[in-house]
Write a protein that binds this ligand. Structure first.
Ligand code: PMP
Length: 430
């Protein structure tokens, strides 16, 4: 296998290719194939950018038709039919049925672009500088996003002080006994606390990179109540947990809260193409034309596949209540069964952003490495990579999912030297 050019020429910052040292040639649905013809079951889904699988044929046919018809590819924020259809579809199928009245801003096409946009907008609207974020949060790698991120290795990469933000404890950070928001409530009410009133609090409902802690619905509701009461904007970063990954389109639907600003990216294009949205309440729409800008905000092929994904999967609740719910049940059921059999292991996360926490932090990485040898792609999460993170595509066939879960159980058994008998119900579509 010829990998020399990557090793000699590409920066050493590359990382995923070190965990999965092969050259991938193709992918279909949840199966990826390498140059040796070996197949892998994909439990990574492009870090959440491939929620509808690889090369989803329903989306691809619309993309090909669009490209062959000479439709615009790049258009900054000019008006195009592709953008019109995306805006109409998103409004009709996603926002209106959920009673969400949001303006839609297209930032640059990545997750960190929408987070930067949210932080900048919150500061502009409130005239305040300080932002609060949570322990173990991850919001992206540019300076503003890093300043609200927890991970010390990533923060050190900034090479300069990351200022104007503070961390507060995420749900269940302490012992389960300390009342939620004890510190926050106290300092916000105390004019002598010395803590600047923040412009916004930014939160992930499930911490995708920080170890798969999932906030309880009541904790999110209390966060919403507190932020509203103190006139602080609430930003939900739904870059990873959104677009269906937790079982509903937005991850905050379960808690029944309405954030002031929502960050969306990764799977919004449906096809793995770069695209992001920043959604916010209409009264926050204060920028003058061009005050926030960027060249790659009009990726029309991404608009086309995004619209197709919404129409095919979200025009009613058949997919959400049907296949998606079944995939979630199957995954959770298998992980619970493995956790029961392996000492020191618990299930973390929510929906298809779920994983296995191991008390011994070395186990998750070892299982991921053995998994690669045995044909599954799984990554780790958490400050010590102590959580094995399972995030299959929402569209994964149930028999493929079960095959992957059996391989996973064998890998956990091999690394932990504990017998695991994983008995899963017959898949409906086997
Ligand atoms: N926010 C969250 C919650 C994320 O998980 C990520 C990426 N893992 C980002 C922001 C940054 O996205 P990107 O890598 O596209 O900049």
């Amino acid at each position: 296998m010829d990998t020399e050019i990557f090793e000699t020429t590409e920066s050493q910052v590359r990382s995923y290719c070190r965990s999965w040292p092969t050259v991938f040639t193709g992918a279909s649905g949840s199966i990826m194939t390498d140059e040796q013809g070996k197949e892998y079951i994909d439990f990574f889904a492009g870090a959440g950018a491939l929620n509808y699988g690889h090369n989803n044929p329903k989306l691809r046919s619309e993309l090909i038709d669009y490209l062959t018809s000479d439709g615009l590819v790049h258009s900054l924020d000019m008006m195009t039919p592709a953008k019109r259809e995306f805006l109409q579809t998103f409004k009709e199928l996603i926002l209106e049925p959920r009673n969400l009245d949001y303006k839609i801003l297209f930032p640059g096409p990545t997750g960190t672009n929408t987070v930067e946009t949210a932080l900048k907008l919150a500061r502009k609207v409130t005239g305040r500088q300080h932002i609060l974020s949570f322990t173990n949060a991850f919001h992206g790698m540019t300076l503003g996003s890093l300043s609200v991120t927890g991970n010390s290795m990533k923060r050190q990469g900034a090479g300069m002080p990351l200022t104007n933000s503070s961390k507060i404890p995420y749900d269940d950070y302490f012992d389960g006994e300390t009342p939620d928001f004890l510190w926050l409530e106290r300092v916000l009410e105390d004019s002598g606390s010395g803590v600047d009133k923040p412009a916004a609090i930014i939160v992930e409902t499930v911490q995708g990179e920080g170890g798969l802690s999932a906030a309880r619905a009541e904790w999110l509701q209390e966060l919403r109540r507190l932020t509203s009461h103190h006139d602080i904007l609430l930003i939900v970063d739904d870059v990873q947990a959104g677009c269906g990954r937790t079982g509903t389109f937005f991850s905050f639907e379960e808690a029944g809260i309405t954030p002031d600003i929502v960050c969306v990216s990764k799977s919004i294009s449906g096809y793995g193409m770069p695209m992001a949205l920043t959604l916010f309440k209409p009264e926050l729409d204060v920028w003058t034309p061009g005050e926030h800008n960027g060249t790659f905000r009009g990726n029309n092929p991404a608009f086309v596949t995004a619209t197709a994904a919404l129409r095919h999967y979200w025009s009613n609740d058949d997919f959400e209540k049907g296949h998606l719910a079944q995939v979630i049940d199957t995954l959770q059921d298998a992980l619970m069964k493995i956790a029961v059999e392996v000492e020191g292991t618990t299930v973390k996360g929510r929906g298809l952003l779920t994983g296995l926490y191991f008390e011994d932090p070395e186990i998750a990485s070892k299982v991921a490495a053995v998994g690669f040898e045995n044909g599954i792609l799984v990554e780790t999460s958490g400050p010590q990579d102590e959580v094995l993170k399972l995030m299959p595509a929402m569209t994964i066939e149930l028999d493929v999912l079960q095959r992957g879960l059996h391989i996973l159980a064998e890998c956990v058994s091999e690394v932990t030297k504990q017998d695991i008998s994983l008995v899963l119900p017959e898949p409906a579509n086997a």
